[in-house]
Each structure stands twice: as structure tokens, then as C-alpha cells.
Ligand binder design. Sequence first.
Ligand code: PGA
Length: 306
Amino acid sequence: MRRTKGRRSGPEQSPNKTSPVPRLTEAASFRIIFRLSFATGEPVRLDPNLLRDHRMRRPFIAGNWKMNLSHRDAVRLAEEIHERVSGIPDRDVALCPTFVSVTGVAQALADSRIQVGGQDCARTDDGAYTGEVSASILKSTGASVVIIGHSERRHVMGETDEVVREKMGKAREHGLRPILCVGETLEERKSGRTLEVVERQIRKGLEGFGGADLTETTIAYEPVWAIGTGEVATPDQAQEVHAAIRGWLKELGGAIGEDIRIQYGGSVKPSNVDGLMAMPDIDGALVGGASLNADDFATLVGFGNG
Ligand code: PGA
């Protein structure tokens, strides 16, 4: 049933055995660290944990097209992206168009490894909910992934942690792999509440999730102040939160917590992707603006190979 390539198939397997492809080769990790250190003038930092973690989780880059692109343009962009990323090995890729283009994009990508996702799903099963799209209907249109709790849904549409939790449950119930978005607002960061807010969102969003559900989940840490603003968290700022998330995931899922991928999202671009991806707990990216350009998105997917 699962379409993800190269992912571990269950919590009973050991991470080292089931991660067939490293996140970055050791040489690539060294190259990035060296390049960063050259650019910043800081001494070369070789963190053995970084190399260990990089071998365990396959990077996952997802494009969130938000409410952009006509149906025709969405299909065309999917085809362009397919062309450009098909030669890039060792990466998982997903594209999340608007609901109405999921089927067309899924058909266009039928022969590719690119997964297709929705940007949201309803908190209920099918029924009298005008305008909503349930997880089961989304699945039937060709989606295998769904973004849940994006900050635009939380802060523009007023979704609470409880609504996000319900949607996470529906996604899993109907066999979709959720990307759970978490992140603090600028005000929350300024008042020193970042970790408190993100911890609450993580614990609530994953409430009731057992081993298999956790295995199928990706977390996206997206500081609200960095989304669509051009303001990107520094690699260290992002890593601090990602490391905290890793700790909570291990508390909730034991060894599985080590394998769950944590994407960073918020103004990820070709110019900043390598620095972010070199961090030990950053396992990919959820990309808005830059995913609307095939060249930029392909560069993000192929990060570290430049
Ligand atoms: P951005 O959006 O890359 O345009 O900042 C990211 C997101 O909202 O997922």
C-alpha cells in the first residue's frame, strides 16, 4: 500500500538496516561543512552525530503550491519538475497542488517517484459538509500525502490544536501520510515561548498516535514569521527547535522518534538550502514560493550536490 521508496517498513526494524540510502554521503557532509566554514570563516566543525543522523533518514522535499496555478499550469509544472528531478537519487519528493488538481497532477506523475498530496483534509468523514474534502475522498483522487495544520490554516482559518488532531487522525485512518506543521508566531518567539508552543502543537497533533502512525508521519517546523516573508530562520535557530522536536518524538515513539523526518519550512530557497540541510535534525523542506519554479525546486531537491 505504501508508495514511499526506501523507507523503513515498520517500527520493529532497526534504523540502520532499513535506511537503504544515506541522507548524504559522508563526503558530501564534509563538503558542506567545509564550504560553510570557508564562507563564514568559522573553524571546521565535524560533529559525528551529524554524520550518524544523516545516514538514517532519507531527505524529503515537499512543494506546497498553496492557492496558486490553474489546473493546466499545475499539470505543466508537475511535468517540468518530474523532468528535472528524475535523475536526482536518494530523495523523497512530494507536490501538493490545490484539491482540484490532485488527480491531474497524480496522473501526470503516474510513472514517477514523486508523491502527490493535499494541502488539508476535513476533520470528519464524508457527509453534509459543503466545501470540505475528506481524507478518504482525497485519497481516492490519487493523493498519498496530506499537509495538516499549516500555519495559514491555523492562523488565517482559525484551526485549533484540537481540529489539527482530528485531521491527523482522519488522515491516518484513510491511509494518507500526514505532514504535521508546527511553528511559533513572531510574538511567541519574542516572548520566549517558541518551544512551549511547538511542544504543545506536537503533543496535541500526535495524540493517540501509535507506532505505525508515527512511522508514516513527517513533521514540518515552520516558524510563522519565516513563511512567505523572505525571512529565513538561521540553520542554528532551526536546528535548536528541530532538536527539541526530536526529543519529544523520541519520548512519544521511542526508537521510531529517531526515524521520523522533520522538515524545515519558511522561505527555503536555493541560496539557503545547503546550510539548513547540513544540520543534524533537518531532514528536508516544506517549500512554498520556491516550489512554483521548476528550476528552483529541482535545485532544492538536489541540495548538497552543487
Ligand atoms: P514559503 O512557504 O517557502 O513560501 O515561505 C512555506 C510554507 O508555507 O510551507
